[in-house]
Design a protein around this ligand. Sequence first.
Ligand SMILES: Nc1ncnc2c1ncn2[C@@H]1O[C@H](COP(=O)(O)OP(=O)(O)OP(=O)(O)O)[C@@H](O)[C@H]1O
Length: 652
Amino acid sequence: MSTTHDAPAGSGTSAAGDAPAVTDDRNGMQVHSAAGLLREANRVGVLDAADIHITGRLVRMSGDRVGEIEQLATALAVRAVRQGSTCLALADIAVPADENGEPVLALPSTEAMLTALRAGPLIVGASGGALRPLVVMDSDDGPLLYLRKYFQQEQVIRTILAERSARRPDVDADAVRAAVDAAFAASPDASPRQRLAAAVAASRWTSVLTGGPGTGKTYTVARILSVLEQIAGGPAHVAVCAPTGRAVAQLQASLDGMRRAAASPDTDIPDTHTPTVHAVTVHGLLGWRPGSAPRYRSGNLLPHDVVVVDETSMLSITAMSHLLEAIRPDARLIFVGDPHQLASVEAGAVLADLVERAASGSMPGTDLADLATAELSGPELPRLGDGIVALTRNYRNRGGIADIASAVNSGDADAVLELLASPEVDDVELVEPGDPAIARDVVAWGRALWEAGRTGSAVDALDALDGHRVLCAHREGSWGVQGWSRQIMEWLSEVPGHPPVSPDMIRWEPGTPILVTANDRQNKVFNGDCGVVIRRLDDDGEPSLSVAFRRSEFSDPVQVSPARLAETMWAYAMTIHRSQGSQFGAVTVVLPPADSPLLTRELLYTAITRAKSRVRIVGTPESLQAAVERRVHRASGLRSELHPYPDAPYER
Ligand SMILES: Nc1ncnc2c1ncn2[C@@H]1O[C@H](COP(=O)(O)OP(=O)(O)OP(=O)(O)O)[C@@H](O)[C@H]1O
């Protein structure tokens, strides 16, 4: 007899936290007190209520007269931060187009805005006081307008990274080489780039290890830690952290699992090179609670010799600046992540900025020359001088997925379409929404889930769950999670013998896929975790239900009673944002229409690379092309040199 429960909390509602930084500029709010340009920008949906209210506060605090153009630029700078940028590029302000393709708002020219700002009280200070909440700087991308807080955070990042890269750890090149050889002795399949990354991390205070899913980043981190221990002549004090609780749990499980797998009697060579580490969140490491300053900061530095930051692409500029301030200048800092993925939901895309910024020009140095030149092509060599190594060999999937992901990254829509049409690519396809194969595969997935859930094997049920996932760009609407979940439930309800499922009357049943929507430390499940309901016998031999969650490919599943899970929703489909950090056997990616502002290269790349073996893209060639060609645009001053304007000082 199956036990039934109430529907999971939050089912059928949109979950907080999976919205990207760029969602809906309008926020549906008209501010009637706004006047002139601000009012018009609000009316046509360029500014939302919060942009106008924050601008109003800054203007009132200045106590001086602030001109209309200056106010508009300020509100656009507030909007830019809301959309994930750290500043407003005055020469590149995006304004939506009307149905005739004309911009809905005529903006003043860049020059007019710059002139107004440079003469105005928000930058040069008011007559009654020195409060200057804005900063304007010249850059390769033209003038950049900052809210002072974000400028200061960028300055912290710029200054500390420059100081750290101006010095090198005092290590002997031969000792590094010997340590790298020892760390990879049991890794006959190690790519030269993995070895190079380990050597670079040992020879620089800051290094950046990038690569797509399955390129062996975590594997390499384990070996880097071993190299550092060897050259230090003893255990180093290591901190391993990640921006979210879920990323921490996955990283921990992955490192523990690698250790256990390598230590198993089935393997020939025991692994002595995966140190035992306890991963924490960046907030936890810094002792940083919401609304207060971090406990560890300049003046009270973290004690660690080595700090590894995983999933750095999800790190906001604020978190990055706090982290850098807290790290000893003589501690090694290793950033790990995939810069092509969707960035933090807050302001900043720091990993992408670090990778994309102009190379400092410093060459790798003779110590690494032989390791480097065998592998890297011209433009990558100077990047190596900045400690950046990209892993390119995929240990999880090969073939079309990796090729198409790479064509997406290079923005080559024609190449993507050509690859899709090529008979050699049989693991990625583009289909129309009505293609019968979609329902066939989703039903096969739901059936496998249901059958495995009833047998009570957590591993089988999780294998079934991870076998396929439908991913959408939007949460709501017929193209979104809501519409597709409803559709999938309808399909499953028609399967003979399958319990009826619908968003209106759904029950906990074996095989039901569950998405956790908030961190739950007590049960060790995190926002974004997916689990599946399974039938099992409780301690008294009575049948009951539990929800099984997988931590990693190596570790035992976690099981939690449904009654103890508070914040969940159904996982028949999920947003691409939420799927970040997970991989599934096959993935069905639902593209919204070509004009959806969510449809971007980063979104498509993230979705495609969630698949280990097969990707079906549901959409049209036009929507695919739009996705490849539209980049998430996050303005930042970290990618180029900044120069102050002589009449617009930025120091307080
Ligand atoms: N040199 C290697 N030799 C053998 N196996 C390897 C090697 N490098 C990586 N692997 C294996 O490849 C798989 C993927 O590696 P890993 O988890 O380190 O990738 P990743 O880049 O961290 O992926 P993700 O970003 O998805 O976490 C793991 O099973 C790992 O053990």
